[in-house]
Design a binder for this molecule. Structure first.
Ligand code: TMP
Ligand code: ASP
Length: 240
C-alpha cells in the first residue's frame, strides 16, 4: 500500500500529499465548501466522505467505459491514492442544459436544453477569476496545442455521454459539469481532480430540484441532504 507523506498543497476542497512513491499522490477530500472564488465559505460534516464516494463510483465507471482517470485506490473514507499528473491549468466545462454563468452571460433562461452538448475552457487561475478562454487564447497562452485542445474536447464529450447514462439511472439530469485533466510522464492525457456535486449541476429528473453546490451558492438550504441523496441514488445503481 502507498504511504502518505508531506503535504504538497492545500486547495479549497482538497489537500494533496506526496507519498513514498514518486508516481502517486494522496488527495484528501475536505469538509469545506466554497463558492465565488472562495468569497463564500462553508462546510458540513461528512462532505469529504460523500464527495470521495461519488468521485470513486464515477471514476470506476468511467474506467470501465474506456476513459482513463488518475484513480488508483482509496486508503480511508476521505483519502484517495491517485496517479501523479502534470495538471493542465484549464477548467473544462461541458453543458447540456442552460444554467449558471451561461444563462447570465447570454440571458438564456435556466433549464433550456441545448441541441447538442458543447465544451468551454476556463483558465484555472484564481488571481484572474478563472476567465473564459477561446481556443486561440489557449493556443496563444501556450496552455495546450491544437491536438491537445481537440483531444480534451473529445474526451470531455465522451465523459459527458457516460455521465448522462450514469446519472439518468439515478433519476438525475446532468445539466453541466467541470473537469480537469493532466498528463502522465508519457504525455498521455488523463482525467484528474474529482467529479462530485461540487463540480456538477444535478437536477432531479422529475421535479428539477437542485441536488448540487448551487444549493450552497444560492442559499437554498438542504445542502448536506442533497449531497447525501446523490451518493445514495448513484451507489444504489452503480455500487461503491
Ligand atoms: P458556471 O455555470 O458557473 O460556469 O459553472 C459550470 C459548471 O462548472 C457547474 O457545473 C459548476 C462547475 N464549476 C466548478 O466546478 N468550479 C468553478 O469554479 C465554477 C465556476 C464552476
Ligand atoms: N469552486 C469555486 C470556488 O470555490 C467557485 C464555485 O464553484 O462556485 O470559489
Amino acid at each position: 500500500m502507498v504511504k502518505k507523506k508531506d503535504l504538497l498543497y492545500e486547495g479549497k476542497a482538497k489537500k494533496v500529499y506526496l507519498t513514498d512513491k514518486e508516481e502517486f499522490l494522496v488527495t484528501e477530500f475536505k469538509n469545506s465548501l466554497t463558492a465565488f472564488n472562495a468569497k463564500k465559505l462553508g462546510s458540513f460534516e461528512n462532505k469529504g466522505v460523500i464527495n470521495l464516494s461519488i468521485t470513486t463510483t464515477i471514476f470506476k465507471y468511467l474506467e470501465k467505459n474506456g476513459i482513463k482517470t488518475h484513480f488508483v485506490e482509496n486508503i480511508s473514507n476521505n483519502e484517495m491514492v491517485v496517479r501523479r499528473l502534470k495538471m493542465i491549468p484549464l477548467e473544462v466545462v461541458v453543458r447540456n442544459i442552460a444554467a449558471g454563468s451561461f444563462s447570465s452571460r447570454f440571458n438564456i433562461p435556466e433549464g433550456e436544453a441545448f441541441e447538442k452538448p458543447f465544451v468551454e475552457f476556463y483558465y484555472k487561475n484564481d488571481a484572474l477569476n478563472d476567465p473564459l478562454l477561446t481556443d486561440e487564447h489557449v493556443l496563444t497562452l501556450k496552455i495546450a496545442n491544437q491536438n491537445e485542445i481537440n483531444e480534451l474536447k473529445l474526451k470531455a464529450l465522451k465523459i459527458n455521454q457516460a455521465l448522462i447514462t450514469m446519472f439518468d439511472k439515478a433519476d438525475i439530469k446532468l445539466v453541466d459539469f467541470k473537469i480537469e485533466f493532466g498528463k502522465l510522464g508519457s504525455g498521455e492525457i488523463v482525467l484528474g481532480d474529482e467529479i462530485s456535486p461540487d463540480s456538477c449541476r444535478l437536477w432531479d429528473k422529475k421535479t428539477d430540484e437542485k441536488l448540487d453546490k448551487d444549493r450552497f451558492r444560492r442559499d437554498l438550504g438542504r445542502v448536506q441532504e442533497s449531497y447525501e441523496e446523490v451518493v445514495t441514488r448513484i451507489q444504489k445503481h452503480w455500487g461503491k
